[in-house]
Ligand binder design. Structure first.
Ligand SMILES: *Cc1c(COP(=O)(O)O)cnc(C)c1O
Length: 219
């Protein structure tokens, strides 16, 4: 069951901030996605390849699917025909594979680089040195990808200062590289903020929030 009330409040809250809402529907049934779609939502985020493929097949074609999970190279081919934005790109190798699969479908796939900003060891993503290495490498031959921004996940913590400073860190890395303007790289999106920390993320400069449980209930 979705919360229509929570959705409407959230839309009102986000409107003046110009933040894009990605409704995170992982593990939730297609009925819930349809219900939110009926209210006007078009961006949905999923974490698991098979689940995304199954849902995409039956839901309306004007949904823009965001892949927000950890993507294995060998699974890119399944989502390449339709995915709108991949949030969790965390290696050059993955970029190459996305490029290769996108080419097969004559598409250009938008990608966000996932940056490791949390102190927790378990989160995926580039660290600062790896980002620098990527941006100093020549990826101009990857003509079927478009690097459009960065994504990060803060620590799962009640400590607002800690979470806020992790978001600030992402924002400052974004600022550092946003002057790059090449055919396949122009950074405009900062994807940060989930149900528990989206207000803080927006305060620190997020342009895209990924919200699940607030809309769909706990998983
Ligand atoms: C599940 C998930 C979300 C949404 O989390 P909620 O706390 O339910 O809003 C956002 N981003 C990523 C990467 C996720 O895996």
């Amino acid at each position: 069951m979705i919360s229509t009330e929570a959705y409407k409040l959230l839309i009102e809250e986000l409107k003046p901030t110009n933040t894009t809402l990605v409704a995170v529907s992982k593990t939730k049934p297609v009925e819930d996605i349809s219900a939110l779609y009926e209210l006007g939502q078009r961006y949905f985020g999923e974490n698991y390849v098979q689940e995304l493929v199954d849902k995409e097949a039956i839901l309306p074609k004007d949904i823009r699917w965001h892949f927000i999970g950890h993507l294995q190279s060998n699974k890119v081919k399944y989502i390449a025909p339709f995915v709108h934005l991949i949030h969790g790109v965390d290696s050059y190798k993955l970029l190459q594979e996305i490029n290769k699969q996108a080419a097969k479908y004559n598409r250009t796939i938008n990608c966000l680089l996932q940056v490791h900003i949390a102190q927790e060891e378990t989160k995926f993503g580039f660290d600062e040195a790896e980002l620098e290495q990527l941006f100093s490498s020549d990826f101009s031959s990857l003509t079927h990808i478009n690097i459009v921004g960065m994504m990060g996940m803060a620590s799962f913590s009640e400590d607002k200062e800690k979470v806020g400073s992790e978001f600030q860190h992402l924002k400052s890395l974004f600022n550092q590289y946003k002057t790059i303007n090449t055919a396949n790289c122009q950074l405009s999106i900062i994807s940060m903020g989930m149900s528990g920390d989206y207000a803080l993320a927006i305060h620190e400069g997020s342009t895209m929030v990924r919200i699940g449980s607030l809309l769909f209930g706990n998983r």
